[in-house]
Design a protein around this ligand. Structure first.
Ligand SMILES: Cc1cc2nc3c(=O)[nH]c(=O)nc-3n(C[C@H](O)[C@H](O)[C@H](O)COP(=O)(O)OP(=O)(O)OC[C@H]3O[C@@H](n4cnc5c(N)ncnc54)[C@H](O)[C@@H]3O)c2cc1C
Length: 327
């Protein structure tokens, strides 16, 4: 529901940006407006990618359960339980993407965006509830991390093994090899995001086991971890979709436009993950231990800088040419 709304709003904003003239030219020709159009599209595309991915995973799980003789209801429940974390991610990310889009859409509409007689104001008002109902976004963020730790405790998910592997990697010399192959930098960035999350959550869990931290009382830290999950899942879903699109010939846009969306998202996600990991680690570690963790953060945020200005102009150009959502 949220992503559908976001796409509709990108459509509305693009049409208005093409139509409204200021200083003798369409406002869509201004860089500041192109930034907004592109960013709205990138986030909506990321949300849509995560949604398609989760829907397919749930459908597959449901089909497997049904094939094993489960009733329709049992099969649905199994799929929902298995992908509860992904569903929380979609709820939070989807509603926040839409809120971003409806807000920028009002801005692109200027004064008339504020008038209740125009659709931009209606979208702005209607969207706001999504961060509150169906479990507030605060509660869904806490649920994501809670679910992860519960599964680890029950032995359903191994996070301790991979967390140890990251610790070992941190103690070794960093590799200076350049990744090779298609989307090699992007694949490495995703692998590195996982390492940062494992390092941060693993450090928190270790402190908890040593009796130095009670994570239940540290909602700020849990929220930092949840925000890293969201960025990771959205970025990875985008990468998987963009890789698939690379093999399709009759797609709606040129591959360089999809690549640009992925690259801008990864560029920004790298900065957000750096901040969330730093905030979380500095909340519970100090001295040499904190220094070691922060070196880890630096080591695992090596995605090369992207000319985000040019990439966003390319994406906005595609939107403006199609006069609406076109991905
Ligand atoms: C238009 C609309 C439609 C709705 N439709 C339905 C429906 O169909 N079915 C239904 O069951 N409900 C529905 N609701 C209710 C909705 O689910 C609740 O409003 C929502 O769950 C939040 O509960 P609350 O309003 O009591 O806020 P509160 O629980 O008082 O929350 C207030 C704030 O405190 C935060 N907060 C609360 N507890 C914690 C905590 N432990 N840790 C951190 N932060 C916390 C919340 O995240 C929020 O920011 C609807 C609400 C609206 C406005």
């Amino acid at each position: 529901m949220s992503i559908g709304g976001a796409k509709k709003v990108v459509d509305m904003a693009t049409k208005y940006a093409n139509e409204r003239l200021q200083f003798g030219q369409p406002i869509g020709s201004f860089g500041a407006i192109q930034y907004k159009l592109a960013e709205m599209a990138i986030r909506s595309f990321a949300g849509e990618s995560a949604m398609y991915r989760t829907s397919q995973l749930m459908q597959d799980k449901k089909a497997a359960a049904a094939a094993a003789g489960k009733t329709y209801g049992q099969a649905m429940l199994e799929a929902a339980e298995e992908y509860a974390i992904e569903c929380s991610i979609l709820k939070v990310f989807g509603s926040e993407v839409t809120d971003y889009c409806v807000d920028e859409n009002v801005q692109i509409h200027g004064g008339i965006g504020f008038s209740e007689e125009y659709p931009a104001a209606r979208a702005y008002r209607d969207s706001r509830i999504s961060r509150i109902y169906e479990g507030t976004n605060e509660i869904n963020r806490l649920l994501m991390v809670d679910q992860l730790f519960k599964r680890a405790m029950k032995g359903q998910l191994d996070i301790v093994g991979p967390a140890w592997a990251v610790q070992k990697e941190l103690a070794a010399m960093p590799s200076f090899d350049k990744p090779e192959g298609d989307y090699a930098e992007e694949k490495r960035a995703i692998a590195d995001f996982k390492k940062i999350i494992l390092m941060t959550a693993g450090a928190g869990a270790k402190m908890q086991m040593d009796g130095k931290l009670n994570l239940k009382e540290e909602q700020e830290v849990l929220t930092n971890v949840a925000d890293m999950f969201i960025d990771l899942f959205a970025a990875e879903s985008m990468l998987l979709r963009v890789q698939k699109l690379a093999g399709i010939h009759n797609k709606p846009q040129a591959q360089e436009v999809y690549d640009a969306m992925l690259q801008v998202f990864l560029h920004d996600a790298t900065a957000r993950i750096t901040k969330n990991a730093t905030d979380a680690l500095a909340s519970f570690a100090e001295g040499d231990l904190l220094k070691t963790f922060l070196m880890g953060v630096k080591r695992f945020t090596k995605y090369p800088p992207v000319n985000v200005k040019e990439k966003r102009r390319l994406i906005a150009g595609a939107l403006r040419e199609a006069n609406g959502w076109c991905f």
